[in-house]
Design a protein around this ligand. Structure first.
Ligand code: PLP
Length: 334
């Protein structure tokens, strides 16, 4: 879609406030944990899960700059993509409802159209989002060709002029928004630098791209892959660095050893870790991303992967799901 043409409204003032409090900077909490102390490591949690109840975590940081841009361009409608349990789709529905945009999501799996909605899709629909169920083949084709003018023309013909947000909402603007987490951290830990490793989960890579870009010299970002896609995720983060910041960064890497078997998979050892973490710290980690990240850090710490004296910060990118994704949920072929 060519944003430089077409009907527009005149630029208006900023977006109205979101319902519920917006907690920025998000809290930074030290966590006393013997598994880390034994390895001579400090651990902090950056509680992005507490940013806003309706649009939590990294989704707030990634969506806000995009919706501001849409508002400036006079776009009234947002179109995005996601799976049946997509946190991004729910966050877009909530943010659009709060800020007065119409929202549409193309959902992977046309077989879901006639079934009762799961809690995630029901939540999105309750915010007024229109769900369009598409086959996995169509979904894949659209996702991969979103940047192509022909795809944009096709989507604009069908859905009208929209802000097109890619899967997971990760684009250059989103990465710039996600850099806010690092900027806050630098203010909360004034000596943030060479002894710091800041970790976050990686789904589509926008959060890691922003985190790495926003860290001060010497500090390193560690992304924990939540899906099995070595190589691809690195390409995505590099692409987002080019798109959002016009340069490359050398202070990050992606761990591919702790995705638990693939996206959405929660193997028994991960579930056990999450329950134990909750019992010890009173914080139930979200399973698909946050628990994988925390468990990865704990296992790497036990292996001696971090030099003693390292200060680890885990970004808690979102709150736990109200209900887990069923283990037998249909999955795309990968
Ligand atoms: C969406 C999401 C992620 C993944 O973020 P990306 O920017 O897509 O890599 C991580 N954690 C939580 C809780 C999420 O909802």
């Amino acid at each position: 879609m060519d944003l430089s043409r077409g009907s527009r409204r005149p630029p208006a003032a900023g977006l109205p406030p979101l319902p519920g409090p917006v907690r920025l900077p998000s809290p930074l909490e030290p966590l006393a944990d013997p598994a880390f102390a034994r390895a001579g490591l400090e651990l902090f949690l950056k509680r992005d899960d507490l940013v806003n109840p309706a649009v939590p975590g990294n989704k707030w940081r990634k969506l806000l700059p995009n919706l501001r841009a849409a508002h400036r361009l006079g776009l009234r409608r947002v179109l995005t993509f996601g799976g049946a349990y997509s946190n991004h789709v729910r966050a877009v529905a909530a943010a659009c409802a709060a800020w007065g945009f119409e929202s549409i999501a193309l959902i992977r799996g046309e077989e879901l159209a006639g079934r009762p909605r799961n809690w995630s899709l029901a939540g999105a629909e309750a915010q007024g989002m229109e769900l369009v169920f598409v086959t996995r083949a169509t979904y894949r084709r659209l996702r991969h060709s979103l940047a192509e003018p022909e795809t944009r023309r096709l989507l604009t013909r069908r859905f009208g002029e929209c802000l097109l947000l890619p899967e997971g909402g990760s684009n250059g603007l989103a990465a710039r928004g996600a850099a806010g987490t690092a900027a806050e951290l630098a203010a909360q830990l004034p000596d943030l630098g060479p002894r710091d490793v800041v970790a976050c989960a990686v789904g589509t890579g926008g959060t890691l791209a922003g985190l790495a870009a926003g860290l001060p010299p010497g500090a390193r970002a560690l992304g924990v892959a939540a899906l099995n896609a070595p190589g691809h995720l690195e390409c995505e983060v590099a692409r987002l660095h080019a798109e959002g910041f016009g340069r490359t960064f050398g202070n990050w890497r992606v761990d591919h050893g702790h995705h638990g078997g693939g996206y959405g998979r929660v193997p028994p050892e991960l579930e056990a870790f999450a329950r134990d973490f909750e019992a010890r710290h009173g914080l139930a980690p979200e399973r698909r991303y946050v628990a994988k990240t925390l468990r990865c850090l704990q296992l790497l710490a036990a292996e001696g992967a971090f030099a003693p004296g390292t200060r680890l910060t885990a970004v808690v990118t979102g709150p736990p799901d109200p209900e887990p994704e069923p283990a037998d949920a249909p999955r795309p072929p990968s």
